[in-house]
Design a protein around this ligand. Structure first.
Ligand code: FE2
Ligand code: FE2
Length: 279
């Protein structure tokens, strides 16, 4: 058997593998167009190679490094931190501001509520919002963050919270109590949409985080997640039914979300679909 030089033997082994890995050279052509350059070690070899003729895919010189490069990229992604720490801090500061603003939103909304069941519901949500403030503050303390630190994004959250309070006060000043209650419902839905999204995002980071940070985030998320589902889905139900009532149509009060004790988006959708049978 003819002995091959090291370089030649390397090429032989290399091209043999290609036949198994890459039945077509089309992919490697696209890789070339996308500037996926081969590692430097392969360049001298590749530079000497003519483009492989169609049909001789087993001798395609790119096919060895291309899959390796892709796999390498994947493994780098897996090994890297699974979330951006600076953005997590920003999220926590926004969460603190959302809960502080939520307190003001509920305090004002309670002065607009006409329906006794709605008022009782919001009183409960206000208590829970105060508890959420403590959960976020505690999580920040544990993570070595200052929960009161200023941030541009947080200033926006505050502006929106203050605007919701002003909107309710404006509605109240009109002297139309029904309008004020509807506006209060809408403002609570706005506030709770942000609140719910915050906690949902924190839950995603908690899943990705490991060690002490993961433990802190998972604990905080577990303590609040259900409350936030309840706040959003039930208030959406109140808002919809009170609006329907104001339009002179039959409404389900308390809303189906209350009766069915909805705690999920799917449950909220089902409850809304069943409302006609509850009239
Ligand atoms: Fe909250
Ligand atoms: Fe909430």
């Amino acid at each position: 058997m003819k002995m091959l030089s090291n370089e030649r033997r390397g090429k032989q082994t290399f091209t043999l593998k290609l036949g198994l890995l890459r039945p077509s050279c089309m992919i490697t052509k696209y890789a070339e167009r996308l500037k996926f350059l081969p590692p430097p070690a392969f360049r001298p070899i590749l530079d000497q190679e003519d483009p492989p003729p169609e049909g001789r895919h087993a001798f395609c010189p790119y096919a060895l490094w291309t899959p390796r490069l892709i796999n390498l990229n994947r493994s780098i992604k897996m090994a890297k931190a699974r979330y951006d720490e600076a953005q997590l801090k920003d999220l926590l500061l926004q969460m603190m501001e959302t809960e502080l603003g939520g307190e003001q939103v509920y305090r004002t909304a309670l002065t607009c509520a006409l329906n006794d069941d709605l008022r009782a519901e919001w009183e409960e949500y206000l208590d829970e919002t105060l508890s959420h403030q403590n959960v976020v503050r505690h999580a920040c303390d544990q993570l070595g963050l200052n929960a009161d630190e200023k941030a541009p994004s947080r200033a926006v959250v505050k502006l929106i919270g203050d605007s919701l309070v002003k909107a309710m006060e404006l509605a109240k000043s009109s002297g139309n109590a029904v309008l004020a209650e509807l506006v209060a419902c809408e403002c609570v839905v706005h506030a709770e949409t942000k609140d719910h999204a915050n906690w949902e995002l924190l839950g995603k980071v908690a899943e990705a985080a490991t060690g002490e940070t993961g433990k802190i985030l998972k604990d905080a998320h577990k303590r609040v997640e259900k409350d936030e589902d309840h706040h959003l889905y039930h208030t959406q139900g109140w808002c919809r039914e009170l609006w329907i009532q104001s339009l002179g149509m039959p409404a389900v009060l308390p809303p189906p979300e209350e009766v069915k004790q909805v705690e999920t988006a799917i449950g909220a959708s089902r409850a809304e679909q069943q409302r006609k049978s509850m009239l």
